[in-house]
Design a protein around this ligand. Structure first.
Ligand code: FRU
Length: 465
């Protein structure tokens, strides 16, 4: 449990920790990071009355994951942010071991938040088949800052009999005057899947159908999301337990999407192949929302659970950040991720860096267009991105705390756009049809390519007050 009272009684500790955080040379300049402690999944993303709300899984008093509640930042323009007080605390018998991930659904000027209340029993349990509750809970809010009461909507006994106790991360959408909730789940045969619940009032949800792949694709699908883009249904999820293949599924857990054609009236669907959303070391639990301008925006956790690499930021009492927001587009069978246009407001005076030229900026956006040859780029002194024989290689060198080499097959590279922050890189290839996001820990900020010309914009900081 971590309730509001505990949080307020320990503000001194938070202050001390955040003083440490602010001394970290790796502190991001244009990414959302926790004031202190640990951050994971983005939650409850929405825009209401012009204000964007970004919530996230948050352990304020511990730089390693511990008591999880919902942290919160808000913004009118995605450049100037306000740190709000934590939103959902772990303070009831239904979420006493963590206010786990969830989402927002805006209806009639009211935000409905759905999340998973985690409960772990004391005793000798495996916590997969026994010893755990995953409760689906709703809170309603007008302003995104305060809410009424916690309403318990679904408990273990409402999930199909062949499920393990891992059923979580609700995401809601509406179609033909009904509301559908997607929940990520693991069944007793260790197959990952999505459970679909249906409601006419956003409160009483009943089991509707299951979405699964024909062949087993991992033992658990976390953080499902569903939306349509350019008429194509997209099912995002994070499968755990997928075998590594050459050039594919290189992280311990995956984050990607299936193109899906949903026929809800007839409880039918067609699932396409799974595509990874990102090929870097640190990208997980993406969540999307449609903003008031009709853009489908994706934000992910720039981290990876249970990875065998680490972050030196723990010395400064914090860990992890969110990715930059990316606008999604779908065209001719391809999904594109494009950094939101607001980020252009951070640009300072443009520099041209001809091939062979060097620069030691730390925080910048760099792009190269009309690429027609193989290439090598130094992103830090010992971090290299190279392209040869239709293989893109990201070699993290010696200073990235266990992150090593990533290779992906790409037939042809036409353009590259790189966002470099103090301790992260987000690399968008071919208009964002391939992306690599990673944390990077080198203080040797050398940027250089003998093969490509670059246009570079040093970037200003976002403001987080
Ligand atoms: C994904 C996840 C979710 C869960 C949350 C708990 O990173 O494991 O499935 O709700 O994190 O923090």
């Amino acid at each position: 449990m971590l309730d509001k009272k505990y949080y307020h009684n320990n503000l001194d500790k938070l202050k001390q920790m955040s003083e440490e955080v602010s001394k970290d040379p790796f502190l991001p300049c244009f990414h959302i990071y926790p004031k202190s402690g640990w951050l994971n999944d983005p939650n409850g993303l929405c825009q209401v009355d012009g204000t964007y709300h970004i919530y996230f899984q948050y352990s304020p008093f511990d730089e390693n994951k511990k008591d999880i509640l919902w942290g919160h930042v808000s913004s009118k323009d995605l450049i100037n942010f306000t740190r709000e007080e934590p939103f959902i605390y772990s303070d009831s018998e239904f979420d006493r071991d963590g206010a786990y991930s969830g989402s927002a659904f805006v209806a009639n000027n009211e935000i409905n938040f759905f999340y998973t209340g985690n409960v772990k029993y004391d005793g000798d349990y495996d916590y997969v088949n026994d010893g755990r509750e995953h409760n689906t809970i709703r809170v309603k809010s007008i302003d995104g800052v305060t809410y009424g009461c916690k309403e318990l909507l679904l408990t273990n006994s409402d999930y199909p009999k062949n499920m393990t106790k891992h059923v979580r991360d609700p995401k809601i959408f509406n179609e033909n005057n009904f509301y559908y909730m997607f929940l990520g789940a693991r069944n007793r045969e260790d197959k990952g899947l999505v459970l679909v619940y249906k409601s006419s009032d956003l409160k009483d949800f009943s089991y509707f159908m299951t979405i699964e792949s024909v062949e087993n694709f991992g033992y658990m699908w976390e953080c499902p999301d569903y939306f349509k883009l350019n008429k194509q249904g997209i099912l995002i999820c994070c499968p755990q337990g997928v075998e590594k293949e050459d050039f594919k599924y290189q992280n311990i857990y995956q984050a990607g999407f299936f193109p899906i054609n949903m026929d809800l009236e007839n409880k039918k669907y067609e699932l396409g192949d799974f595509y990874e959303l990102d090929y870097g070391f640190d990208f997980y639990a993406p969540q999307t929302f449609e903003d008031e301008n009709g853009r489908r925006i994706l934000i992910a956790w720039m981290g990876m659970p249970d990875a065998n690499y680490t972050n030196p930021t723990i010395e400064y009492k914090w860990q992890h950040c969110l990715t930059i927001p990316r606008e999604l587009k779908y065209d001719e069978g391809k999904l594109y991720q494009k950094p939101i246009s607001e980020l252009c407001k951070l640009r300072e005076e443009k520099l041209s860096l001809e091939r062979g030229g060097k620069c030691n900026l730390q925080v910048y956006e760099a792009f190269s267009n009309d690429i027609s040859s193989d290439f090598e780029i130094n992103l830090r002194k010992d971090v290299k991105l190279s392209y040869q024989e239709e293989t893109l290689t990201l070699d993290m060198g010696e200073s990235s705390y266990g992150r090593k080499i990533r290779e992906i097959k790409i037939e042809n590279i036409e353009n590259i756009r790189i966002y470099s922050d103090k301790s992260s890189l987000e690399i968008f290839i071919n208009d964002g049809s391939y992306v690599l996001s990673t944390r990077v820990y080198s203080l040797d900020y050398l940027f250089y390519s003998k093969d490509l010309d670059f246009t570079i914009y040093p970037l200003k900081n976002i403001i987080i007050k």
